[in-house]
Ligand binder design. Structure first.
Ligand SMILES: C[S@@+](CC[C@H](N)C(=O)[O-])C[C@H]1O[C@@H](n2cnc3c(N)ncnc32)[C@H](O)[C@@H]1O
Length: 383
């Protein structure tokens, strides 16, 4: 039987209710969910009962006892590894629709060769370093407990399972877990719901003690891909945490960090001043504008300190120096644009490093950044 048909038969037995939707293999994004009929706003298109979730509570005691103090992420990943090892029937049906190890290695920067990682935008590199530290910590706990687990787990197996958990879990709490677990560990796996791809204007996801519901927020036509929103995420975040990006104009949450261009412009005394006033680093550019922190820091390059302070204290109208700040920003963006172009050329010359698809993803990210820069530069040049 086709793996999707098999999953749907199993889902029916488990009480997972699909309404007007069906999973389908989609070019470039694995499996996704399509509408099988016209859908109205506020229709519940998927309901997953609590007993179909994979949670900390229903993970085998042999795992949770061996991994005392481990994160839920590590525990769910370990449970997946052990099921890969000794596949129960239920799991085989679900596993058949997972992305392959090769898909994960190709799309997730955590698995990329260092030459590609070094070409990620700085913000994505920061996110990746944090993710990598989190993975190392989880693997250290799991590998130390290896002797107490029912079967051996290798680091590559654990990384695959850990990244499946990373890309497929849903935020979920119960009164018990809410009090006990850190926020980032409020996670559960849910078959079928984990086949929804992400879009910033996706359907809403809600849960209660009975389970999860996914509900349309507006009308859809039969054949439309149905999405959920994983969060208000920039493309740097989507790339590192989920292994994809979406074209910049379609992602209202996309932004890029200007720190590497702005921070070196300040003298040590100006840096100290910005630190004291809480404006040091975190300079972001989205498709509309540079953030308030950036404008404030740029203004320090344009004004003497007493006038800069006067703006902060509300004694001087910030619009008075708007043109100067915009000119500084434009100068900075021109340099960033030049470097972004050079990075794309560098990626194009790396034709033997990593997988083609990984290089395509990396290249796309820089194209999106160039779009953010170009949109802002065009706006500033017209003023
Ligand atoms: C929860 S799963 C969604 C189902 C997934 N497509 C599958 O085949 O299993 C999340 C993964 O789907 C892919 N994905 C989600 N949204 C996407 C999008 N808008 N464009 C491309 N890939 C997407 C990414 O690989 C991501 O890590």
């Amino acid at each position: 039987m086709d793996p999707i048909d098999h999953l749907l038969t199993w889902a029916d037995v488990k009480g997972i209710a699909l309404n007007g939707i069906r999973p389908r293999v989609l070019p470039g994004r694995g499996i996704g969910i399509l509408a099988t009929r016209d859908l109205k706003a506020n229709e519940t298109i998927l309901a997953v009962p609590s007993n179909a979730l994979r949670t900390l509570d229903n993970t085998s005691k042999s795992i949770t006892e061996a991994l005392q103090g481990a994160t839920v992420h590590a525990i769910l990943a370990t449970a997946l590894c052990l099921d890969f090892h000794d596949t129960p029937d239920d799991f085989a049906i679900w596993k058949a629709v997972f992305p392959s190890l090769q898909d994960i290695i190709t799309s997730m920067p955590l698995c990329w060769p260092q030459e590609l990682v070094a070409l990620l935008p700085p913000k994505a590199q920061t996110l990746l370093s944090k993710q990598s530290a989190k993975f190392d910590k989880d693997w250290s706990v799991v590998s130390s407990a290896a002797a107490s687990l029912p079967a051996g787990i290798t680091r590559p197996q654990f990384m695959y399972a850990w990244l499946l958990v990373n890309t497929r879990t849903f935020y979920h709490t119960t009164p018990a877990t809410k009090a006990k677990l850190p926020k980032e560990d409020h996670m559960v796996l849910q078959p079928v719901a984990d086949l929804f791809n992400h879009s910033p204007d996706g359907c809403s996801v809600a849960f209660g003690h009975k389970g999860f519901q996914i509900t349309t927020t507006h009308a859809h036509k039969a054949g439309d891909e149905m999405f959920i929103r994983y969060g208000s995420h920039s493309n740097d975040f989507l790339l590192v945490e989920y292994g994809f990006t979406i074209p910049s104009p379609e992602n209202p949450f996309d932004e890029t960090a200007l720190d590497p261009y702005l921070c070196p412009r300040f003298t040590p005394a100006q840096k100290e001043l910005l630190e004291e006033e809480g404006f040091w680093t975190g300079y972001m550019l989205d498709s509309q504008t540079a953030c308030y922190r950036t404008q404030t820091a740029l203004r320090l390059l344009c004004l003497p300190e007493w006038q800069w302070r006067a703006v902060l204290d509300g004694q001087r109208d910030e619009d008075e120096d708007g043109a100067l700040v915009d000119a500084e920003l434009l100068k900075l963006l021109r340099k960033y644009e030049k470097d972004a172009r050079a990075t794309v050329t560098e990626i194009d010359q790396l034709d033997k490093v990593g997988e083609d698809e990984s290089r395509r993803l990396l290249r796309e990210r820089w194209i999106e950044i160039r779009q953010l820069i170009d949109t802002n530069a065009a706006r500033l040049s017209q003023q």
